[in-house]
Write a protein that binds this ligand. Structure first.
Ligand code: APR
Length: 278
């Protein structure tokens, strides 16, 4: 299929869909200027994961870990949401059931306006106390320079604060999985609408098939835990799986439609056509 035909198909699926789950990764923020993790020039170059993104690294050397995150936080202030973030935020308002699940720890989805959002890997704009466990925004007076100079942020209880992100070797919040699974579980199977009570009035268009739910996989390599089985789950509940990524990923074998282009570029063309109708 030619790429313009693929885009036309995506437009049609999104126009018809009443349920869309977007599963996103670092590639969504790439066109905003946030480096991906595993691509050329990726963030981890020059930083071994074990030195900056594990609980052991933080225990051993919190200053190095905080410096790394302070640099990322500082960089985040200079970037902006791109058309992919903006389209996903608008989709939430126009689609009857919508959920955005991101592995990104930046805040570009929130800044674009997304609210129905699960941040699987946490947020670098939040901190967690290593002593009392309290989670909150960066403390008042948080200074990139002070942190880079070795001054560690502290909780009101005196405990050392850490970035509220999920590091390698740490568990995800099980509630996040429940919401993700619940999204698909509550989908009526396509063409087999949920049985109605006998007194329920006959729908106006009884022959209108239930549209397939759509899983949009955008900008993730799927290398972390095989994308948490999201494609398997989606397929089990009859979803159409669409991938938007210039490169094939570990999830590509499961997709029904692959658009091999940058996400912002695709959304800049596709979304205005979708929203003209929905
Ligand atoms: N549009 C869409 N996809 C893109 C773009 C773009 N403009 N640019 C790059 N990509 C794709 C790459 O081809 C790659 O498949 O984004 C993907 C980025 O993959 P990773 O760097 O592995 O990022 P991600 O899948 O989000 O990693 C998951 O791993 O290191 C951990 O916690 C970290 O959240 C991160 C997780």
């Amino acid at each position: 299929m030619e790429s313009h035909e693929k885009e036309a198909l995506l437009v049609r699926w999104l126009q018809e869909a009443t349920r869309v789950l977007a599963f996103c990764g670092a590639g969504v923020s790439a066109e905003s200027g946030v480096p991906t993790f595993r691509g050329a020039g990726g963030l981890w170059e020059g930083h071994r994961i074990e030195d900056v993104a594990t609980p052991e690294a933080f225990e051993r050397d919190p200053v190095t870990v905080w410096r790394f995150y302070a640099e990322r936080l500082e960089k985040l202030e200079t970037v902006h949401p791109n058309p992919a973030h903006l389209a996903l935020a608008e989709m939430e308002g126009r689609c009857r059931e919508f959920l955005l699940v991101t592995q990104n720890v930046d805040d570009l989805h929130e800044r674009a306006g997304s609210r129905k959002l699960i941040k699987l890997h946490g947020s670098i704009k939040e901190v967690r106390c290593t002593a009392c466990g309290r989670i909150g925004p960066l403390p008042a007076g948080f200074s990139f320079e002070a942190v880079k100079g070795g001054e560690m942020p502290r909780c009101g209880c005196g405990g050392l604060l850490r970035p509220n992100v999920v590091w390698f070797g740490e568990y995800l919040d099980p509630e996040h999985f429940q919401r993700l699974e619940g999204f698909f579980r509550s989908c009526p199977l396509p063409d087999h609408p949920t049985p109605q009570h006998p007194n329920t009035p006959t729908p106006q268009h009884p022959n209108t098939p239930t549209p397939h739910p759509i899983l949009l996989i955008i900008g993730t390599s799927g290398l972390v835990s095989g994308g948490y089985g999201v494609t398997w789950l989606a397929k089990r509940y009859g979803a159409k799986v669409v991938e938007i990524n210039p490169e094939a990923s570990a999830l590509s074998l499961d997709v029904d439609l692959a658009l091999r282009m940058p996400a912002g570029e695709v959304m800049r063309r596709v979304w205005p056509l979708v929203k003209a109708v929905v």
